[in-house]
Design a protein around this ligand. Structure first.
Ligand SMILES: NC(=O)c1ccc[n+]([C@@H]2O[C@H](COP(=O)([O-])OP(=O)(O)OC[C@H]3O[C@@H](n4cnc5c(N)ncnc54)[C@H](O)[C@@H]3O)[C@@H](O)[C@H]2O)c1
Length: 408
């Protein structure tokens, strides 16, 4: 896609938000220049930056990263040479930075967020908002003290098919949503390549931070946080407790987080979210099911489909009992009752927009005086705190309470 197409896409995104009432970007402010500073332009940071640079008027002026190869990579995304530093505090001190993107490993989010929030400048920070329970509590306190606009990278809050589905769920189309079943199943080792010359394992930990408990919440945090955020949106609030387990079933390669996990999150009113992540079988993919009393919705990363519970009772023969040798059998497992529904469903009709581009566009709309971010600090807290607790709960395998959002 060339820059002209990017600009058209961004304009369409802004128009969509304006129509749906999520954000507005006035004609006057839409082209105000915003100069970004990026802390941690790694895999995700470069992608978010790439999307941000599609938004008209957005530039990058500097990056901070402790891993030198990132500087040339960030320059390539920027299509010019920008300011580089290994010390993020030098970037934060620069007056030419108007807003920040933080995309460092999870265990550093608190340090980097607190420092940026202190400047009062807007910040887009990647999920999960915080790593540990004290980190999440510290970040929410800092966000509330700060004048900064804070948006967390929960981009599915901005995905058009999810926004449209949420409105239909809210209007009661699937009755009362009572359960969420979320899967994120892959078939790969979740490892990243590390340069051969790494005698003390420093690069292994810098690059594969996701595989070690001291820096990672594992699959439930890295992948499940998106699902927990959506379940929070559907049920309202956040889970009160979590029960979970994890194990290493395939990749015995020195990692200290599980290569699979299963968790149940408990919500008020008996509602539940069940999350499963595998790394050795990809059949299920990334699927998020909302089950309601009158129907179900399936979200994927690119669409959503509604299904409805059967309204009419099944014909008599479908429930028929079988009498053979004078014994009556069969009623409770008649296939007419128990077969999964395999109908076509009702696909949500929306124009596809990359959720990260939509999320970035909403951020700059807020920076330019439009609507405040939907994926704000409270949203970030409610998802991250559930992960922070699940992080230990999958090892203790005990039902563990999740601290509520602190009252102001
Ligand atoms: N929203 C999404 O869909 C999504 C997708 C992928 C990752 N993420 C999130 O983005 C964040 C980064 O993930 P990633 O996959 O890009 O990781 P990464 O390891 O590829 O990138 C992190 C970068 O931070 C740098 N870094 C490490 N310590 C630093 C320090 N002290 N100061 C400055 N830079 C430092 C690393 O060198 C690296 O370049 C994580 O929080 C992750 O969960 C979000």
């Amino acid at each position: 896609m060339n820059r002209r197409t990017f600009l058209q896409t961004s304009a369409a995104t802004a128009a969509m938000f304006a129509r749906d009432g999520h954000a507005t970007m006035s004609a006057r402010s839409a082209n105000d220049r915003v100069q970004m500073g990026v802390i941690g332009p790694g895999s995700r940071g470069k992608e978010v930056l790439r999307q941000m640079l599609h938004v008209p008027g957005v530039e990058v002026v500097g990056v901070a990263d402790v891993y030198e190869p990132r500087f040339a990579q960030a320059d390539a995304v920027a299509e010019r040479t920008v300011f580089h530093t290994k010390d993020y505090r030098e970037l934060i001190a620069r007056p030419d930075v108007d807003a920040f993107l933080i995309a460092t490993p999870l265990s550093l989010h608190r340090e980097h967020l607190e420092a940026v929030l202190h400047t009062g400048k807007p910040v887009y920070s990647e999920k999960a908002m915080g790593f540990t329970v004290p980190d999440c509590q510290g970040i929410i306190a800092a966000a509330r003290r700060s004048r900064s606009i804070l948006q967390i990278g929960h981009q599915y809050r901005y995905a058009p098919w999810i926004v449209a589905s949420m409105e239909r769920i809210r209007k009661g189309e699937i009755g009362e949503p009572t359960h969420v079943y979320a899967y994120w199943h892959r078939n790969n080792d979740w490892r990243r390549p590390v340069p051969k010359d790494d005698p003390n394992g420093k690069l292994e930990h810098l690059i594969n931070w996701r595989l070690y408990r001291e820096t990672s919440g594992g699959l439930v945090t890295e992948l499940g946080v998106h699902h927990i955020d959506l379940a929070n949106w559907i049920f309202g609030g956040q889970p009160t407790h979590v029960l979970g387990t994890n194990s290493i079933v395939r990749y015995r390669d020195g990692r200290t987080v599980g290569d699979n996990t299963q968790c149940t999150f408990l919500y008020a009113g008996g509602k539940r979210m069940v999350f499963s992540s595998l790394t050795d079988n990809a059949k299920q993919g990334n699927e998020f099911w909302v089950y309601g009393t009158e129907g179900s919705v399936q979200f994927t990363i690119e669409d959503a489909v509604f299904y409805y519970e059967k309204k009419k009772p099944l014909p008599k023969e479908a429930n028929a009992t079988v009498v053979e040798h004078g014994v009556e059998t069969g009623a409770s497992y008649s296939t007419g009752n128990e077969m999964p529904y395999r109908g076509p469903g009702d696909k949500v009709q929306v124009t596809y927009i990359d959720p990260t581009l939509a999320c970035a566009s909403a951020f700059f709309a807020a920076v330019r005086g439009g609507a405040k971010p939907l994926a704000n600090a409270e949203v970030g807290y409610r998802a991250a705190i559930a992960c922070a607790v699940a992080h230990d709960a999958v090892f203790t395998e005990e039902k563990t309470p999740i601290p509520a959002l602190p009252v102001v």
